[in-house]
Design a protein around this ligand. Structure first.
Ligand SMILES: Nc1nc2c(c(=O)[nH]1)N[C@H]1C(S)=C(S)[C@@H](COP(=O)(O)OP(=O)(O)OC[C@H]3O[C@@H](n4cnc5c(=O)[nH]c(N)nc54)[C@H](O)[C@@H]3O)O[C@H]1N2
Ligand SMILES: Nc1nc2c(c(=O)[nH]1)N[C@H]1C(S)=C(S)[C@@H](COP(=O)(O)OP(=O)(O)OC[C@H]3O[C@@H](n4cnc5c(=O)[nH]c(N)nc54)[C@H](O)[C@@H]3O)O[C@H]1N2
Ligand code: SF4
Ligand SMILES: [Mo]
Length: 709
């Protein structure tokens, strides 16, 4: 009998702004291919190099398909298969014992966005760990610093509709490698160019996106705040501001002008390594080619002054009145357009009276003697994340994970660098084996993922995992036994005006639906102010700064207390990198090169870093350097080198090109330590210091030396 191919509408699960609608084909209960859904107006029937062979991820013989117990030394990767009951019994017996003897705070969850589904993603374990009384993990992996800065200036609003970029006349991609990290946005940018727009990319590296731009601004890393203030200086100096917009819809313009007066083009040129003419050209372009729009990437926040840089950039559109028209303004995180029923998924009401909060960037310190904790962390549960590959101070994390007295549970698809250290390893389903509903942080479409096949082996979804754990712990609140169907029914605030006309039935059938907002041809959210700040205006001088530094509750299991509250200057200003030859010449004498570690074209963070198709595309871990630097350190193109500083070392293959500024080296993140020559990755050399806002990381604020192996 001929086998029959059936198709199911799904959605890509990855932590990517594009959230593609995906058509899954299956035969005899097995996924045979995936393709983009041509009906989705934003993602338009194309999947990227990471996901267009997703069936190979699903069907990979390397999948973890059964619960396992470690049999060899930690990190060895030796495990034996056990049953689910045995696994759950062992985990909950250990946790009950730890809670009884050390208190539940000795247990630490660690997770992020392995999948982005509202059910299985960011908050899936929060109700469980909040109820358990475990240490609260502060997950400031991505955009937390930018969110703090944006919220202080503009508020929780979606910003410009990415589709309305077609109406822009001047598009600034500021630290965004759009063709790699947000590739479905590019056709809208390209369409604007066909209609006469100019495209500018601000990036120390001439990326594939920068190569297609009309103007590439090769800024020195970590100096974006100075550039933004230099632009603001020129806007005021040359009378390029929109006085009417400013007077109606902003506060603090005079103070901002006074602050920006300090940032003369000559001084900014000196800091940023750009010419005063280029800075002036940029300021005039943004002001006079209306509507102009700025798309900020996440890379800006990964610097000591990343928060204040985003503050300064966020002021620019209101200063020149570009919010007045569709396609003008700023795009940061359109996620806020989605009326997700977060409370039902996070359950902050379960948090006990005096919780303990621990930031995930500090994992290495928290697991070793570096950070004395009372009680110390005795158990770690990792799901939806791979800290050994994506978090700083890799050497210290490895040292912590190797502790014999640490009980580690990992839920995964594959034996990642982190999973190797698990005591108990649990099998997780992939997107085609689970049901979910998805927001997006790159467009205004809500997506639905229909389950295509039954779970493989004994894999279970994250929702099922926490149902089983809660039952085994004896948690009785009804929220712990909610089915996936019940959770989908609670996922959204279905009565919100943006949801008009959108039902679960429609989503299941069509796979996606645009939020009920004005069309991209009409959407100008701040044409008449309507900023979501305390004053309702764009706050150049931020009133929220009085309360000090904060992290959004969403990133902290819903917990709003115990914020750092460190003072924040209410006016934007420039904070220099801590590791640069200008601020730390002693360190720079030993480690003269500034390392940045952007996203890998073929991987999604570290996901796909083990799969053959994507590995072939990515090649061996590279480090990109300028010919003058290569010559100075006697390095030839293609040679194996050591990249190192006092924190550690990783190996890479030197790529020599003028596409990178002199003094800066680029090593894309996402390779696996266990698959890299030398057994380490870029995070061997990064630090866990925070940036100025939102406990964002500073891993692009790193000095290294490069030498031949
Ligand atoms: N292919 C692919 N796509 C992805 C991801 C992935 O891993 N791979 N990850 C997804 C996730 S989680 C995220 S958060 C987004 C991130 O998307 P992006 O923000 O675009 O990501 P990055 O590649 O980290 O940084 C973008 C660019 O900023 C530049 N840059 C670095 N430091 C500085 C600086 O100080 N100033 C300026 N102006 N530029 C700087 C880098 O050279 C890089 O080209 O991408 C998502 N999409
Ligand atoms: N040097 C450097 N470091 C970075 C960045 C950078 O640009 N450079 N980017 C930062 C940013 S923006 C981000 S967002 C973080 C990302 O860091 P992480 O969130 O740690 O991202 P991944 O490496 O993709 O790890 C996700 C893991 O979840 C697993 N997974 C996928 N789906 C499921 C599921 O349904 N259930 C379970 N249990 N597991 C699943 C995947 O197999 C994968 O191993 O990294 C940050 N770190
Ligand atoms: S990773 Fe991003 S671009 Fe690639 S298929 Fe998924 S949503 Fe689309
Ligand atoms: Mo991210």
């Amino acid at each position: 009998m001929a086998s029959q191919t059936e198709t199911v509408i799904g959605a890509c699960p990855q932590d990517c702004p594009d959230t593609c609608s995906m058509i899954v084909s299956k035969e005899n209960g097995k996924v045979i291919s995936v393709r983009g859904n041509p009906d989705q107006p934003f993602t338009k029937g194309r999947l990227c190099v990471k996901v267009n062979n997703y069936q190979e991820r699903v069907n990979s013989t390397d999948r973890i398909l059964y619960p396992m117990r470690r049999t060899g030394p930690k990190g060895s990767g030796l495990f034996e298969q056990i049953g689910w009951n045995e696994a759950l019994e062992e985990i909950t017996t250990r946790w009950k014992e730890i809670a009884a003897t050390s208190g539940p705070k000795a247990i630490l969850p660690y997770s992020y966005l392995g999948t982005q589904g509202i059910l299985n993603g960011l908050n899936v374990g929060d109700p469980f760990f909040n109820k358990l009384g475990a240490t609260i993990s502060e997950r400031t992996f991505c955009d937390s610093g930018a969110c703090t800065a944006y919220t202080m200036t503009i508020g929780h609003t979606a910003g410009v509709d990415p589709e309305s970029f077609v109406h822009s006349r001047y598009i600034v991609l500021w630290a965004s490698n759009t063709l790699t990290t947000n590739s479905h946005h590019w056709p809208f940018i390209d369409e604007a160019r066909k209609r006469g727009a100019k495209i500018v990319v601000i990036d120390p590296y001439r990326t594939r996106t920068a190569r297609l731009a009309d103007l590439h601004v090769p800024i020195r890393p970590g100096t974006d705040g100075a550039l933004a203030l230099g632009i603001i200086h020129i806007l005021f100096r040359d009378g390029l501001t929109d006085a009417d917009y400013i007077s109606q819809y902003s506060i603090g313009a005079d103070e901002l002008a006074e602050r920006a007066a300090e940032y003369t083009p000559a001084m900014v040129a000196d800091i940023t390594g750009l010419s005063a003419e280029l800075i002036t050209e940029l300021a005039h372009g943004i002001a006079t080619s209306q509507p102009s729009v700025i798309r900020i990437g996440v890379a800006i926040e990964r610097q000591s002054g990343g928060g204040q840089a985003v503050r300064a950039i966020s002021c620019i559109p209101a200063l020149v009145g570009s919010w007045r028209r569709p396609g003008g303004g700023l795009l940061q995180l359109p996620l806020w357009a989605f009326p997700v029923n977060w409370g039902a998924f996070i359950r902050p009401d379960f948090i006990g009276p005096e919780p303990r909060v621990l930031n995930q960037w500090k994992l290495g310190e928290a697991l070793t003697d570096e950070m004395p904790l009372d009680p110390p962390i005795r158990s770690l549960m990792v799901y939806n994340a791979n800290p050994m590959a994506m978090a700083p101070e890799q050497g210290r994390i490895a040292q912590g994970l190797a502790r014999e007295d640490l009980f580690t549970v990992v839920s995964e698809h594959f034996l990642t660098d982190t999973a190797r250290y698990a005591d108990i390893l649990l099998p997780a389903t992939t997107q085609v084996e689970q049901e979910d509903i998805m927001f997006s942080w790159g467009h205004f479409y809500l997506s639905y993922n229909n389950r295509a096949i039954d779970p493989m082996g004994e894999a279970i979804s994250n929702t099922e995992l926490f149902r089983r754990l809660a039952k085994a712990m004896g948690f009785e609140d009804p929220c712990f036994s909610r089915t996936d169907e019940e959770q989908i029914a609670q996922a959204m605030l279905w009565d919100a005006p943006q949801m008009e006309g959108i039902t679960v039935e429609r989503l299941k059938r069509e796979g996606f639906a645009r939020l009920n907002l004005p069309s991209a041809d009409e959407y100008a959210p701040h044409a008449q102010g309507n900023f979501a700040t305390p004053s309702g205006k764009c706050e150049f001088k931020a009133s929220m700064a009085a309360e000090g530094n904060f992290v959004l509750g969403l990133f902290r299991q819903g917990y709003d207390g115990q914020q750092s509250g460190e003072p924040i200057d209410p006016l934007p200003h420039y904070i220099a990198p801590q590791e640069s030859r200008f601020t730390n010449p002693v360190l720079a004498a030993r480690y003269p090169l500034n390392l940045i570690t952007p996203k890998n074209h073929a991987f999604l963070s570290s996901s796909f870093g083990n799969l053959p198709h994507q590995r072939r595309h990515a090649g061996e871990q590279p480090v990109v350097m300028h010919p003058a630097d290569a010559a100075k350190y006697g390095i030839a193109a293609g040679e194996r080198v050591r990249v190192h500083n006092d924190r550690g070392t990783f190996e890479a293959i030197a790529q020599v090109t003028k596409d990178i500024r002199q003094g800066v080296v680029v090593a894309p993140a996402g390779h696996w330590a266990s698959l890299n020559s030398g057994g380490a990755t870029v995070h061997a050399v990064t630090s866990s210091r925070y940036a100025d806002m939102g406990a964002a990381p500073t891993f692009s604020d790193t000095l290294v030396a490069v030498e031949r192996c």
